[in-house]
Unconditional design. Structure first.
Length: 307
């Protein structure tokens, strides 16, 4: 049997890249243990779960938990707020790492570039418990920002007690915390662009701006499309950690999202409602990925997309 046509040829690429495959093992084990195995627990979304009887011993109740979720008091507002915040995050936050990567790519001093990249990447390592406390202290009514505002004769600003200001702070601080981490993949994409393309445009008299428009951005499009499609999987994840550490009852009407709504219901040991909310969010995220991936593939004649 020929190696090029037989079953042996199937394993040749894997054997050649076995080092890279071994590097995947820890990540695969992590996702299997902490993401795939717990998925078996979603069956309580379709059961009248009782701690004494356990998951398997509890009685099935069909879609009753979903009915309680959708008809529950406050859920429509929580769903609306989740969609609005997620749309703002996606619309504003998705392009921030792209812009940062393009700006860093134009820096010629390597030490300066590394310094800026480190400073923008550093906030990602801080928990929102820490960052929330810092922001609440700095932007409080008695904090330094309001002290400066009042020193110029202005009125104090209720950054975290006013609906509009809260949304502004939520989106801006979220972008600040994650923009450096998000730019890493785009910088890796930029490093793979053939320098010969830039050299050819220099001969034609193109400046840095035209090189960015006609070479850099088009070469980034596959990466941008892939990350955009993947980000839609969490389209209903409005940032629980950040909101929980920043919001107050005064802004519940714009800050109460599905996750915080479910958390308050979980204080009554209503686990089935949380499971139903998780299933609902997962279905919406999966649907968004499938639809947008199909649109991207159709508009690019199959050249772009996840599959």
């Amino acid at each position: 049997m020929s190696k090029t046509t037989g079953g042996t040829s199937f394993w040749v690429p894997y054997a050649r890249h076995r080092g890279l495959l071994l590097m995947l093992v820890p990540g695969m084990v992590f996702f299997f243990i902490f993401h795939y195995i717990p998925m078996a627990g979603i069956i309580i979304a379709f059961k009248d779960f009782n701690l004494r009887e356990g998951i398997m011993g509890s009685q099935w109740n069909g879609l009753e938990n979903f009915e309680r979720l959708f008809l529950g008091k406050g859920f429509p507002d929580a769903l609306r707020n989740t969609v609005i915040i997620s749309a703002l995050r996606l619309g504003c936050g998705f392009f921030a790492p792209i812009i940062l990567a393009l700006l860093l790519n134009e820096i010629r001093l390597s030490w300066y570039k590394r310094t800026i990249q480190t400073l923008t990447y550093l906030p990602f390592f801080f928990s929102w418990v820490i960052l929330g406390g810092i922001f609440l202290a700095v932007f409080s009514t008695g904090g330094p920002i309001n002290s400066i505002v009042k020193s110029f004769g202005g009125k104090e600003i209720l950054f975290f007690s006013s609906d509009g200001w809260f949304l502004f702070m939520l989106i801006s601080t979220g972008i600040w915390q994650g923009v450096g981490y998000g730019a890493i993949i785009y910088l890796a994409s930029l490093s793979g662009i053939d320098p010969g393309l830039y050299e050819a445009t220099v001969v034609d008299g193109a400046g840095r701006w035209k090189q960015t428009i006609h070479i850099t951005i088009p070469c980034m499009v596959p990466t941008i499309c892939t990350l955009f499609i993947l980000s839609l999987g969490g389209v209903l994840d409005a940032g629980f950690d950040q909101i929980y550490n920043l919001y107050k009852p005064a802004v519940y009407d714009v800050a109460d999202i599905i996750d915080t709504y479910v958390l308050r219901r979980l204080t009554t040991m209503d686990f089935t409602l949380g499971a139903a909310a998780g299933v609902f969010k997962s279905i919406i995220g999966l649907g968004a990925i499938l639809i947008v991936n199909a649109i991207v593939r159709r508009s690019s004649d199959g050249e772009l997309g996840l599959w």
